[in-house]
Design a protein around this ligand. Structure first.
Ligand code: HEC
Ligand code: HEC
Ligand code: HEC
Ligand code: HEC
Ligand code: HEC
Ligand code: HEC
Ligand code: HEC
Ligand code: HEC
Ligand code: HEC
Ligand code: HEC
Length: 306
């Protein structure tokens, strides 16, 4: 009796421990610390209107950008408009009375990447995807928001990107660009598929910043392969698509990791049934998928013949 009484408590405790452990693991992942606005000593907020006098070009365009329509005060940001991102402007404004090159204002190009991220994350850390930004490879490698986004030409392009993907991405990921130049590839250069279909730029929720965990990202478009199958090729579920396929591009047909299908299969199936004579020219047992047609899974045949 008494041991039974304990069970819910034990379950509760072990579930609790498990959750605590998972939280611990998550908090150990590398991440970029949240950094508040860089400090300009002695400066106070003067209100965005002041800036318009001297920065006509930027100020004229600003109302047409998405940020120009945002009421910064609502977000608990001290400065209005311009000063929400560029910091308090009194010192800069005073200096500008006498100098042609006034400093004492946040110039993004000169700030440390950590500080630049902090400015944007004041508001955007509440976004569903951006809230996780600090754990992304981009944040950890100190690629701040304004490397990809432009503020003052907003509305010009989708998401105010400096350049659209994939060109934006290629500017840093040169090796990936080469993979998409291979003869077999997802049609990224042709504009059929694009990097953001599979990756996010902001989140570390999944390995390799994939939009969904593992093969789920592939099923968005290849839904016919999702199954469930009566006879599933276990490897598909145990190891995932990229055991056999190179997701970006490949020299081999069907984006396969091997030139010859047999080399791929024999890795995991070194002992095929004896009649699979690998040396026989006639009958060619090396062309595995000639017979094992539905290699991803089948509802009819355990050896994937149909
Ligand atoms: C009295 C005129 C004046 C006022 C008011 C003023 N600025 Fe400036 N600002 C300047 C001048 C002049 C420069 C230097 C331009 C340059 O270096 O090309 C400058 C430079 C800047 C820069 C750096 C530009 C760059 O190319 O790196 C930023 C950012 C900036 N100002 C933002 C602001 C903001 C935000 C406000 C309002 C709080 C403001 N300014 C108010 C005159 C002014
Ligand atoms: C949402 C954040 C944000 C707001 C709000 C903002 N800026 Fe900027 N500003 C930036 C960033 C980031 C840059 C760096 C260049 C870029 O990526 O567009 C910049 C660059 C500048 C420059 C340098 C010139 C240039 O284009 O490189 C000036 C001047 C400037 N801002 C003035 C202003 C003024 C004036 C306002 C208000 C009307 C304002 N900014 C509002 C983020 C902001
Ligand atoms: C004061 C709060 C605030 C700050 C600071 C801020 N944003 Fe935003 N941003 C917003 C709001 C609100 C929107 C409107 C869309 C939404 O609700 O997500 C927005 C929209 C955007 C969009 C979508 C624009 C589009 O054209 O589709 C981008 C990209 C963006 N912000 C990037 C940035 C970057 C980069 C920075 C830092 C340089 C920054 N934001 C700073 C509040 C802010
Ligand atoms: C490596 C490039 C890159 C970096 C760094 C980056 N972004 Fe983005 N961002 C993109 C791309 C590409 C898109 C559009 C496609 C998508 O949603 O992934 C986007 C979309 C957005 C959107 C949504 C716009 C919309 O129309 O829905 C917002 C908001 C945004 N980014 C804000 C930010 C903020 C804030 C940061 C920094 C904390 C940041 N981004 C850092 C590349 C980047
Ligand atoms: C300003 C340079 C820059 C731009 C632009 C950029 N990246 Fe990155 N990206 C990096 C760096 C640096 C890393 C971390 C080191 C690495 O893995 O190469 C990274 C990492 C990644 C990763 C994670 C790799 C991993 O090992 O987990 C993915 C996925 C990624 N980027 C996709 C994109 C996409 C998609 C775009 C375009 C929307 C883009 N990047 C634009 C610099 C950039
Ligand atoms: C069809 C989906 C898909 C598309 C489109 C795609 N990727 Fe990937 N990418 C993946 C998958 C899946 C992985 C993980 C492969 C693995 O390690 O198992 C990956 C890995 C990566 C990595 C980290 C591994 C490495 O080789 O460095 C980077 C960086 C990356 N992708 C960038 C990009 C960029 C940039 C683009 C656009 C030019 C892009 N990807 C387009 C699916 C895609
Ligand atoms: C945004 C949609 C999309 C996503 C996501 C996607 N694919 Fe594709 N895939 C396609 C399209 C479109 C083709 C091209 C079909 C064609 O060229 O006729 C293709 C072709 C392929 C091919 C080659 C087929 C052949 O006959 O040569 C393979 C293999 C493949 N995808 C695997 C994957 C894997 C693995 C993933 C996940 C990492 C994935 N795909 C994610 C759209 C997608
Ligand atoms: C055990 C290795 C293996 C795994 C794992 C695997 N594939 Fe394949 N896939 C193949 C082979 C081999 C072919 C070529 C079949 C042929 O020769 O006709 C292929 C062909 C394809 C094709 C093109 C032909 C077709 O059937 O439509 C697509 C698309 C594809 N695979 C997507 C995927 C996706 C998505 C995943 C993950 C869910 C995946 N594959 C997992 C081995 C694999
Ligand atoms: C990453 C490892 C891996 C790769 C690569 C692989 N398989 Fe498999 N395959 C497995 C596993 C694991 C099973 C399940 C074995 C079991 O149930 O005993 C399996 C099962 C099978 C079966 C069904 C066996 C049965 O019990 O009926 C066939 C047929 C088969 N694979 C053929 C292939 C062919 C053909 C290829 C190459 C296109 C291939 N496999 C590539 C791991 C792999
Ligand atoms: C000419 C047709 C043909 C070719 C080509 C072929 N197989 Fe088979 N394979 C068969 C037949 C027939 C069976 C027996 C199916 C059964 O037991 O119902 C079989 C069974 C298998 C099995 C499962 C044995 C079991 O446990 O039931 C594996 C694994 C396998 N083949 C792997 C391969 C690999 C790897 C290749 C390529 C190197 C290959 N096959 C090429 C016809 C073929």
């Amino acid at each position: 009796m008494s041991s039974r009484g304990n069970t819910p408590i034990r379950t509760f405790l072990s579930a609790g421990l498990m959750i605590a452990f998972l939280c611990f693991c998550y908090s150990c992942q590398p991440y970029q610390k949240f950094v508040p606005l860089p400090v300009i000593p002695g400066a106070t907020y003067i209100g965005g209107e002041e800036c318009t006098d001297c920065h006509e070009k930027v100020a004229d365009a600003f109302p047409r950008t998405l940020h120009g329509k945002v009421e910064f005060e609502k977000w608990g940001i001290a400065g209005k408009g311009c000063e929400g991102c560029h910091g308090p402007g009194s010192a800069h404004s005073n200096e500008a009375e006498t100098s042609k090159t006034p400093k004492q204002i946040i110039r993004f190009k000169e700030e440390h990447p950590k500080g630049r991220m902090g400015i944007c994350l004041q508001c955007h850390r509440r976004d569903r995807e951006r809230e996780d930004f600090r754990r992304s490879q981009h944040a950890v490698s100190q690629v701040p928001c304004d490397e990809c986004h432009q503020i003052h030409k907003g509305g010009v392009r989708e998401a105010s990107l400096k350049r659209p993907a994939p060109e934006l991405c290629y500017s840093c990921h040169v090796r990936i660009q080469a993979e998409f130049a291979l003869p077999e590839r997802h049609k990224v250069p042709e504009g059929v598929v694009n990097c953001p279909d599979c990756h996010t730029s902001h989140s570390a929720a999944n390995r390799r910043q994939l939009r969904q965990a593992r093969d789920e990202v592939c099923f968005n478009c290849h839904s016919e392969l999702r199954g469930p199958w009566v006879f599933e090729h276990l490897s598909v579920y145990v190891e995932g698509c990229s055991t056999c396929h190179q997701p970006h591009g490949s020299n081999n047909r069907h984006l396969l990791a091997y030139q010859e299908v047999a080399s791929l299969c024999l890795q995991c199936h070194p002992n095929t049934p004896a009649f699979h004579n690998q040396r026989a020219v006639a009958g060619n047992f090396r062309n595995c998928t000639f017979c094992h047609v539905n290699i991803h899974g089948s509802n009819v045949n355990h050896a994937f013949f149909e």
